[in-house]
Design a protein around this ligand. Structure first.
Ligand code: LMR
Length: 398
């Protein structure tokens, strides 16, 4: 019956993690998947999450575990929307955002893609070149044609915004433009608020549908700064979709907790879109799990917990940036001159510019794991492993 089933070639990120786990070298370093490690090289449980969990678990002992509504925990919606859009954003005051709790950011992309495909099956989805490996599969899996717009200039290791805008101008009305509002995955190279302001009228005039994927809010410049593009687009009256994730910024990878927001032109449209999101969820997985949503809503709405969480996020951002700076300094000392990109790029990732052969040498000779594309997860650098990494990087360039 299944003779014709072809072998799965593996996922470029998850398969590499398996390879890392199978590496017997005690000094191996995982700079592949997007995981935040603390100074001790451990994936932390955030102080805010720990405090919220202790209350939730005690309460939970007294209650049966029921199904959540299709669109998720009601308290989650009111906790998350202000974080994304800012508390007094007109789209919230006018009640024109449809919203659903999703299985992480990937779940939000999938529900958004399925929803869009019901109405714009002939649209092309435009993704940045390069983009997160899974973006293409999620949208192609939902039935869309894909194209890419130029994004990263591999000689300057920065965004080529002019080429990006010129390509997006070529999109057809109702095409879907996938954008990273902050901490671009995989390059770490972001566009500026002024550049977003130049893109917005193009999206508007060409009647394009922006879909913004924000998995790292707070790890770039700050929680509000990182949401600039989303807030500006919604303010300009665009209809847009936002996928966001709490995997990294709550260190809650396994709870699969994220959200999909669809900003509509009017409340009445948002209500209908809300209904269709529920229908899309029901036919995918019926309703989402509870715990992640309970944690996030409690942390974001209780005064003491939110203060602790703000510190948690700040700590992660500061540590990532100090590792970027430290690596740049060490490489300079070792005679590597092109290091500016390390401190200019933002968030968890950095495109190193290493080619496939160099990446293989890093794995074979040093047990340092980066993605084949040259993406490094900067959040895996620590005081303990940074010397070894700097030396290996410098040796590659000799
Ligand atoms: C990554 O890009 O490494 C993360 O977003 C994890 C994943 O699901 O790929």
């Amino acid at each position: 019956m299944f003779e014709q089933v072809t072998a799965y070639l593996g996922d470029p990120i998850f398969s590499l993690v398996e390879q890392f786990h199978n590496d017997p070298n005690d000094a191996k370093v995982n700079l592949s998947i997007g995981l935040y490690y603390n100074e001790q090289g451990k994936i932390p449980q955030l102080a805010s999450v720990k405090q919220a969990l202790s209350v939730i678990q005690t309460e939970q002992l007294k209650k049966p575990s029921l199904y959540l509504p299709m669109e998720g925990l009601p308290a989650y919606r009111s906790a998350v929307l202000p974080l994304i859009f800012g508390k007094d954003h007109p789209c919230l005051l006018e009640n024109r955002v449809a919203f659903a709790q999703t299985l992480g950011g990937s779940g939000a992309l999938k529900i958004g893609a399925d929803f869009l495909h019901n109405y714009y099956a002939n649209a092309t989805v435009w993704v940045s070149d390069p983009t997160w490996e899974n973006h293409k599969d999620i949208f192609a899996g939902a039935g869309f044609k894909l194209k890419s717009y130029p994004y990263f200039d591999s000689t300057t290791l920065r965004v080529d915004c002019k080429a990006m805008l010129a390509a997006i101008e070529q999109a057809a009305p109702q095409d879907i433009i996938l954008l990273h509002p902050c901490c671009h995955n995989p390059t770490g190279a972001d566009i500026t608020p002024q550049q977003w302001d130049t893109l917005i009228p193009i999206l508007q005039q060409k009647q394009l549908i922006p879909f913004l994927d924000m998995a790292y809010q707070g790890l770039g410049k700050g929680l509000n700064e990182d949401a600039y593009a989303i807030r500006a687009m919604a303010k300009a009256g665009l209809t847009l979709l936002v996928a966001n994730s709490f995997s990294k910024i709550f260190s809650l990878y396994g709870e699969r907790i994220g959200a999909l927001s669809v900003v509509c032109e009017a409340n009445e449209t948002a209500e209908r879109v809300q209904g269709q999101l529920k229908a899309t969820i029901r036919r995918n997985y019926s309703s989402p799990p509870t715990l992640g949503a309970q944690i996030v809503s409690r942390v974001l709405t209780e005064d003491k917990l939110i203060q602790t969480w703000l510190q948690d996020v700040e700590q992660m951002r500061v540590r990532i940036n100090s590792m970027r700076q430290m690596l740049a300094n060490k490489l300079l000392t070792l005679g590597v001159s092109q290091v500016e990109h390390l401190t200019q790029q933002q968030g968890m990732f950095s495109y190193t510019g290493f080619n496939k052969e160099q990446i293989t040498r890093l794995r074979t000779n040093y047990s340092i794991y980066l993605l084949d594309s040259g993406r490094m997860c900067v959040a895996g650098l620590t005081n303990d492993n940074i010397d070894k990494i700097a030396q290996a990087f410098a040796a590659l360039q000799k």
